[in-house]
Design a protein around this ligand. Structure first.
Ligand SMILES: [Zn+2]
Length: 373
């Protein structure tokens, strides 16, 4: 499974997608509330097929405007609801949540129905009421998108997304899995995450710094937030400010993601096996606060894991309780007196001088290699 994301440019009929999302939210809201009410009254749960039948009744009676919605997207939404309740009943997940309107951000079309793709143009099938024939008829609306790359494989689902900035995106998910493995290099590496000196320290001695986009944009964020608080809520200026903030947050998150992808693409071709430590993120958040979110270790681990799987690299997280910082990588002596502030230390047993992070990275590599052999 691979997803390609393309921006849908601003065009005169974009508003129809916005309206479509808002109407789809009504479906989402209606069925979640309906199931909850039924549950309260002690009535049995209605499954996917039952909900589909109920939609048909609603279309004919109270909600005729739902006829304008693409039926595949409604079904997909009902399937989503059913999945959430199914997980809830099997005790795999919590009570299904009702999203507020502004958080309802995407509609998904399964398979080959309701849309048509050609070159950089997607045609979505809406429906409209024809007063002459007194019937609902199909209404095909074309949209152009910026096709910056070609997708591969057959398309399994198609999703239209709206982000916090009010921009629309086309996400194409394909079943493509035929990735070529990278040539083997015979090298392995251990990598240690750090908060202080470097983001990532490799057992080869290389240290990689993080751009910390949140920190870099903190002043801008603060002044925008201050400006927002001075504006009257709901006014034009207030909304303009909200949009500016949303765009800045998107930029920060894009910069971070970009750095993570680039770093992962740099590591994968160099090493056959990559070992990381398992992070205790909650503990780190308590200790370091905002910086942990800015460095987004978890996102990087996920991206690296994906890249490694794609290129047939061996990727493993070394157990959380494996000691990596304190043992000397040369002789194995446990330096119990080591504190967080000791960046360099000399082993009292064998006399070798260590950089704290490189020593940890070597220990991670060693612990990882044990599990390989
Ligand atoms: Zn030693």
């Amino acid at each position: 499974m691979k997803t390609y994301k393309y921006p849908l440019g601003k065009q005169s009929n974009t508003i129809r997608i916005g309206n479509l999302l808002d109407d789809m939210w009504q479906v989402h809201f209606y069925f979640h509330t309906w199931q909850r009410e039924r549950h309260k009254e002690g009535l049995p749960y209605v499954n996917f097929e039952g909900m589909c039948d109920h939609v048909k009744v609603l279309k004919e009676t109270t909600n005729p405007h739902w006829n304008a919605l693409p039926s595949q997207a409604i079904q997909q939404e009902l399937r989503r609801i059913h999945k959430a309740y199914d997980r809830f009943f099997k005790k795999l997940g919590g009570r299904p949540k009702i999203k507020p309107r502004h958080k309802f951000k995407s509609i998904t079309y399964p398979g080959e129905a309701g849309w048509y793709l050609k070159n950089n143009r997607i045609t979505l099938t809406f429906r409209k009421w024809n007063p002459k024939t007194q019937k609902w008829q199909f209404d095909k609306v074309p949209y152009t998108f910026h096709k910056h790359r070609q997708w591969h494989g057959t398309i399994s689902t198609l999703t239209i997304k709206r982000d916090a900035c009010g921009d629309y995106w086309l996400c194409i998910t394909t079943t493509y899995t035929d990735f070529k493995p990278l040539p083997t290099t015979g090298k392995s590496v251990g990598a240690d995450f750090g908060m202080k000196d470097a983001y990532l320290t490799l057992s080869t001695g290389e240290k990689i710094q993080h751009p910390q986009p949140l920190k870099a944009n903190l002043n801008k964020l603060r002044s925008l937030n201050k400006e927002l608080s001075r504006k009257q809520k709901g006014s034009n200026g207030w909304w303009r400010c909200v949009r500016q903030l949303a765009r800045l947050y998107r930029k920060i998150s894009n910069q971070r993601k970009d750095f993570h992808w680039q770093l992962a693409s740099k590591l994968c071709p160099k090493f056959d096996r990559i070992f990381l430590e398992t992070l205790n993120l909650d503990g780190m958040k308590r200790l370091w606060g905002r910086k942990v979110s800015d460095l987004a270790f978890y996102q990087f681990v996920e991206i690296l894991a994906y890249k490694c799987q794609k290129h047939k690299r061996h990727f493993k997280k070394v157990g959380q309780w494996t000691a990596t910082t304190k043992p000397c990588s040369n002789c194995g002596f446990h330096n119990e007196t080591l504190t967080l502030d000791d960046r360099q230390w000399t082993c009292p047993a064998c006399g070798s001088h260590h950089d704290r992070d490189i020593n940890a990275a070597i220990n991670i590599l060693r612990a990882g290699m044990v599990s390989v052999i």
